[in-house]
Every structure is written in structure tokens, then in C-alpha cells.
Design a protein. Structure first.
Length: 158
């Protein structure tokens, strides 16, 4: 049995995810009410709709994320790595890199976007600048030092 991990979200992040979920659910409902509902939505629809199966997949992912959401403790928010953080690290062997911690569907390591569920993402969550982090990656154990953490402003704390 796999343990269910929580996802720490600011109020702003929670609202963004919730709003996207509502929009996708409305799109799904509208498609089911359409006289052409029997025709699946495709990427080539005039309005650029996503394929219905990817909409369903994204809805499931967002629902799962909100079900696991835990509010960020305002005392720990500043300077602590979490979903949405912009992080600069110094790799023990490879130099300095900067990453954004993102949701799994938005991960693109080549573009500096790493999932909070990836081995490095999991190792970084909850850390602060100056922390030395050990992680197990597909290529083996690695060590890095957190150089800086930048978080978006919390809507209730400026």
C-alpha cells in the first residue's frame, strides 16, 4: 500500500488549482450537453479543446491534489521550499542550477521545472537555503546544497 503524501499549498495556489478544476469540469459538462457530444473533443477542434481523455486525466489529477492539500504554515512559508518555489542549488559534482518546483504534469526538467514528486523534488520540499540535501536518483545517490529559495507572495501576507 502506498502512503498518501500531502501537498502544501498557499491559498493562492489552492485557488488556482480549484479554478482550473472548475473550468475543466464545466468544459466536460458542456461537451456532454452538446448536440455533437457523441463526437470526442480533439486537439483540432476550432476552439483548441484538449482531447477529452486528457481533460479527464487532468481533472482526476487536480481532484487528487486538492484532496491531499494542506495549508502552508505561514510561519514556515518564507524561505521554505514548496510547490511553486523557485530554487537555486549547488550540485556536489555539477555546479549550480535553478529549478521551479511544479506539479507532475508541468514537469520539464530541461526547462528547469521539476515535479515535487520527483526524487530531487521530494528531497527539496521543506528545505531552506543553506541545507545540504542527499537524494537518490535513477543515476544513483547525489548531494546538493540549497543556495536560495524564492516563493510567490502569499495573498494574505503580502
Amino acid at each position: 500500500m502506498t502512503a498518501v503524501s500531502t501537498v502544501e499549498l498557499t491559498v493562492q495556489e489552492w485557488r488556482k488549482i480549484h479554478d482550473e478544476l472548475c473550468a475543466l469540469q464545466e468544459r466536460r459538462w458542456a461537451a456532454s450537453q452538446s448536440p455533437i457530444a457523441a463526437r470526442p473533443m480533439t486537439d483540432t477542434d476550432g476552439d483548441g479543446h484538449r482531447n477529452l481523455s486528457s481533460v479527464e486525466s487532468r481533472i482526476a489529477n487536480l481532484e487528487n491534489m486538492l484532496a491531499r492539500a494542506a495549508p502552508v504554515d505561514a510561519e514556515q512559508e518564507t524561505g521554505t521550499i514548496r510547490l511553486g518555489s523557485h530554487v537555486t542549488v549547488l550540485w556536489e559534482d555539477d555546479g549550480q542550477e535553478t529549478y521551479d518546483i511544479v506539479e507532475p504534469p508541468d514537469a520539464a526538467a530541461r526547462n528547469g521545472h521539476i515535479s515535487y514528486e520527483s526524487p530531487i523534488g521530494q528531497a527539496l520540499i521543506g528545505r531552506r537555503a543553506g541545507d545540504v540535501v542527499d537524494a537518490i536518483t535513477p543515476s544513483g545517490p547525489t548531494r546538493l546544497t540549497v543556495i536560495s529559495v524564492d516563493n510567490p507572495c502569499h495573498p494574505l501576507h503580502g
